[in-house]
Design a protein around this ligand. Structure first.
Ligand SMILES: [Zn+2]
Ligand SMILES: [Zn+2]
Length: 339
């Protein structure tokens, strides 16, 4: 696997912010990236892997489990577990993958005689503790979307075949991408897709699938790959240090990751400045935000405030504005495209 410097995406401000937020707090809700083909969306995912701290893993475990808290299969091993330190894995979920490949499969006959080791792990479990990347997620078959969203919400995959039921860990950071239209959107002037085709292509990006992503960003030209040449900006090391500082500060200030703050404790652990509260009230009144979205936005805004440097200060208007922008923007742009 080749990794790209985070500097490559420095010019794509919103995308960079969304990726940083996920690096600080992976449960912040996944990133959906929309942009024409050739704008380097997958490069951005490699950039995210650069930002995340390396992890200790059981070297030969399919789930990259933590030696300090091994998975069931590793716990059952008689020998000392081989430990390695490495970057988080990026697992691509291809559109043509079978259900068995995605969710995993069980050899029933062997499972009944030999136990869980007859499990063939799927891509969701292989992404455990890493990044799951789904390009053109709007074309992914419904049953695969369901499996993926289930795993993203629960952190596990349950494989059930006949009398056998196996649970695999699948706690991953979800990054998905989509093109603006079926031809990929290519270089300016190259697209002649009609409105009907574009609408059919984007329709799947509505409802529960879109709602799953707290952060939705568009990338435009010049693409990430062009920017690779331009240099400058914040180095990967500097960005990674900022991410690490924000993670530590959040835990020190509140004892939990922002994504774990219960709704009932938000006012205590992530208080809002009056102007920030007013801004959210307006969004609720205009029905641009659901009750559930309201709580999620507050956790994202808290993470934005942590990342800008002051975990003890209340969440300000600017933090909320940025969180709203990151969440709402894609919905608006999809509506515009299909309108
Ligand atoms: Zn393991
Ligand atoms: Zn097109």
């Amino acid at each position: 696997m080749r990794y790209f410097p985070f500097t490559a995406i420095v010019e794509q401000g919103r995308l960079k912010q969304a990726l940083l937020l996920n690096a600080v707090n992976p449960a912040v809700g996944g990133v959906l990236i929309m942009g024409p083909s050739g704008t380097g969306k997958s490069t951005a995912v490699r950039g995210l892997a650069e930002l995340l701290p390396e992890i200790d893993v059981v070297a030969d475990c399919a789930f990259s489990c933590d030696p300090a808290d091994p998975c069931d299969a590793c716990r059952a091993r008689p020998e000392a577990l081989p430990v390695a330190r490495r970057r988080r894995r990026i697992v691509d979920l291809p559109l043509n993958a079978t259900e068995d490949r995605v969710a995993g499969s069980v050899d029933v006959a062997r499972a009944l005689t030999e136990g869980v080791r007859a499990l063939e792990p799927g891509l969701l479990a292989e992404a455990n503790r890493g990044i799951l990347y789904v390009d053109e997620i709007n074309l992914l078959a419904d049953h695969l979307v369901d499996s993926m969203l289930d795993a993203a919400a629960t952190g596990i995959v349950r494989v059930e075949r006949e009398a056998v039921s196996v649970v695999e860990p699948a706690r991953f950071l979800l990054v998905a991408a989509t093109n603006p239209c079926p031809c990929g959107g290519g270089p300016p002037g190259s697209c002649d897709c009609d409105d009907g085709a574009r609408l059919r292509y984007l329709r799947r990006l509505s409802g529960p699938l879109l709602d799953r992503f707290d952060l939705r960003v568009g990338v435009a030209r010049p693409g990430v790959d062009d920017l690779l040449q331009s240099g400058g900006g914040e180095s990967t090391a500097a960005a990674a240090a900022r991410v690490q500082a924000a993670r530590t500060a959040a835990i020190e200030a509140r004892g939990v990751l922002n994504s774990e703050i219960p709704a009932s404790h938000l006012d205590i652990l992530a208080p809002l400045e009056p102007a920030a509260r007013l801004m959210l009230r307006t969004e609720l009144e205009r029905e641009r935000l659901t009750g559930r979205g309201y709580h999620r936005i507050r956790r994202v805004a808290r993470t934005i405030a942590d990342l800008s440097g002051d975990p003890s200060a209340p969440v300000g208007e600017q933090d909320v504005a940025m969180a709203l922008q990151l969440r709402v923007r894609m919905r608006v742009s999809v509506r515009e495209q299909v309108a």
